[in-house]
Ligand binder design. Structure first.
Ligand code: SF4
Length: 84
């Protein structure tokens, strides 16, 4: 594994090279109806809170698990409830 250092929003940060720029691919929020990055007032409160922490600490993090998730534009066949 390689670690790379690069500029992100004018701040020098470090990341695993193979994950750099990939957070949207892995973040559940980008498949969720509640995410509204165009309008922070209407955006998910959890996503807004996480965004505040990311901004404050200059980190980038995807959401892997969420109890509030609502799928957007996804066929039911792609949503598998393994509790059943
Ligand atoms: S409900 Fe969960 S998955 Fe959906 S936008 Fe909010 S934090 Fe992300």
């Amino acid at each position: 594994m390689k670690i790379v250092k690069f500029m992100h929003h004018n701040v020098k940060v470090s990341a695993m090279d193979h994950l750099r720029g990939r957070h949207r691919d892995h973040c559940l929020c980008f498949q969720c109806k509640k995410l509204n990055i165009e309008d922070r007032e209407k955006n998910c409160k959890i996503a807004n809170l996480l965004f505040s922490v990311c901004k404050m600490c200059e980190i980038t993090t995807p959401v892997f698990y969420c109890k509030e998730f609502i799928a957007k534009g996804m066929d039911k066949q792609h949503i598998i409830d393994i509790l059943k």
